[in-house]
Design a protein around this ligand. Sequence first.
Ligand code: NAP
Ligand code: GCO
Length: 265
Amino acid sequence: MNMKDFSLEGKIAWITGASYGIGFAIAEAYAAAGATIVFNDINQELVDKGLKAYAEKNIPAHGYVCDVTKEEAVQALVAQIEKEVGVIDILVNNAGIIRRIPMIEMSAEEFRKVIDVDLNAPFICAKAVIPAMIKKGHGKIINICSMMSELGRETVSAYAAAKGGLKMLTRNICSEYGAYNIQCNGIGPGYIATPQTAPLRERQPDGSRHPFDQFIIAKTPAARWGETSDLQGPAVFLASDASNFVNGHVLYVDGGILAYIGKQP
Ligand code: NAP
Ligand code: GCO
């Protein structure tokens, strides 16, 4: 065992939707492990916000505007990255949205939008990078799954369907391209404190914790929300040579939620 197996020196990592949040934290860890960071976000304002944030961390990131649901735009972006930075070694499908709407009140269009970003886009981005990974003789694809890859809950039907599908897309990429030394795995974060979950953690008018906040604390053995930093080590492991025989796996980083019935009231 050589600890250099955990290094990302000389690798080019593209993390989608990584101007902030989980994607940004993963990119920060990859930079610390030696990778060159490429990220995209949906508009120039967010890309500029990300470039500023990376610069503040002394990370020379390459930022691009791209809506990952648009296949032609993604194909063009990958070609531009290969020309300007180099062939992508590591893809993290991080960009995602959620719409919390009771299913029978959700329009088909709203459902399709979540599926488009959270499931179709990871397919589009993986399809765009795999040919060059095959030529290069290696590649790492990491899909950011969710507790909702395993569990349902009220109001997140589209998101759960997408993240459940993303778990199976992860397994299928493993199955179809493992022979080319491409490893495709998932990370399943638990409940992490980011803008996406901010509405679930808002303090109540009386200053008390949000009921959902209290619920998650009771459902998590660690009795706390995750921080984006909790995902950094697992993400580096799955991007590194240390995980070259790990494929088709979803690594849950959830503080134990999936193992726990929940604290008695
Ligand atoms: P976030 O704070 O909402 O960040 C998501 C990022 O993706 C944002 O920068 C967002 O841009 C970008 N994005 C959305 N649609 C895009 C598109 N079509 N093209 C390009 N970029 C796009 O989310 P997060 O909490 O960091 O979560 C990141 C990933 O982890 C998501 O896939 C999420 O489902 C997953 N996850 C989160 C948690 C959690 O508890 N936070 C737990 C499990 C899994 P905008 O700001 O314009 O939307
Ligand atoms: C929700 C939350 C979750 C988290 C995450 C849990 O509304 O239930 O947003 O879905 O984002 O996916 O793993």
